[in-house]
Design a protein around this ligand. Structure first.
Ligand code: A3P
Length: 295
């Protein structure tokens, strides 16, 4: 229940990353030794960069591209580092015995992923998004999600976000860790903005990576079911069930909020943009990572 969730939240710091749940240090240390299988698929990302969107694509690829066979995203994709209210332990323990193929969601940075993943076992679909839109989305999600710290103003949130003092820590640590491994055979690196530009192309790309073959019409069907307007009305992915039990407060912000590129312009002052741009230039210096900030 919402009351239970509220009670069990703690701000755990683990190797420089804040993980908002009730896991003990011993549980957190267990990430490293989780036994990964070859057919595991992780959908990984920093929060609010399009994880649910990618999960919906992968989910449909794993149920014969048939939306009727789909099940709610949080049931299809256990959240690796979260707390299982039923077992009162980590979700990664619960899925140790789950049947293959396991689809798993995570927000962990690359260096905290299970050692097996870093050794090339299992597959990882990683998605990222320009940091300005990520911040705006994260701010709204923090208002709606009872498990997250609520910020009084966007300004307060943004300065903490830029300093990495939010749940899951520094955006750039997360992105750059995976960026370094973007050419690894078992990692597919995606950008939210590319999904906006050509969803069909990204769906085909993900299918190739996961070795899933379908006729053209199945790909068209997947694309249709992954459009923002379709997902917004689909209770398997729009988190309405969590709103009904009070974990998300949709009066503050819907999970499927706007789904656009460039919403940051409605929130950033000139000064905030200058500060965030400076950090972006500094963090990406010497890497060839670039983001689109415009639609
Ligand atoms: P906004 O808050 O900017 O609308 P995550 O799933 O990683 O938490 O990311 C959530 C963000 O992805 C939200 O952004 C949400 O609206 C957006 N999103 C989810 N599904 C989408 C879709 N099909 N098309 C575009 N954006 C989508």
């Amino acid at each position: 229940s919402a009351e239970n969730i509220r009670k069990i939240q703690h701000d755990n710091w683990f190797k420089g990353v804040m993980i908002s749940n009730a896991l003990t240090q011993e549980h957190l240390e267990g990430f490293e030794t989780f036994a990964v299988r070859d057919d595991d698929v992780f959908v990984a990302s920093y929060p609010k960069t399009g994880n649910t969107w990618v999960r919906q694509i992968v989910s449909l690829l794993y149920c014969d591209a048939d939306p009727e066979q789909d099940i709610p995203t949080y049931a299809r994709f256990p959240f690796f580092e979260s707390y299982d209210l039923e077992t009162q332990g980590p979700v990664y323990k619960t899925i140790e015995t789950a049947p293959s193929p396991r689809l798993i969601m995570t927000h962990l940075p690359y260096d905290l992923m299970p050692k097996n993943v870093r050794e090339g076992k299992g597959k990882v679909v990683y998605v990222t998004r320009n940091p300005h839109d990520t911040a705006v989305s994260f701010f709204h999600f923090s208002q709606a999600n009872i498990a997250l710290h609520t910020w009084d103003t966007f300004d307060e949130f943004l300065s903490n976000f830029l300093d990495g003092r939010v749940t899951y820590g520094d955006f750039y640590r997360n992105v750059l860790g995976f960026w370094k491994h973007k050419d690894d055979a078992k990692i597919l690196f995606l950008k939210y903005e590319d999904m906006q530009k050509d969803l069909y192309k990204v769906v085909v790309n993900i299918a190739d990576f996961l070795g899933k073959k379908f006729p053209e019409e199945s790909f068209q069907r997947i694309v249709h079911h992954c459009h923002f307007s379709t997902m917004k009305d689909n209770p398997r992915v729009n988190y309405e069930p969590l709103a009904r039990i009070g974990i998300l407060d949709f009066s503050k912000s819907k999970f499927m909020r706007k789904g656009i590129v460039g919403d940051w312009k409605n929130y950033f002052s000139t000064q905030q943009k200058e500060t965030a741009d400076q950090l972006y230039r500094k963090k990406t210096l010497g890497t060839d990572l670039q983001f689109d900030f415009e639609p």
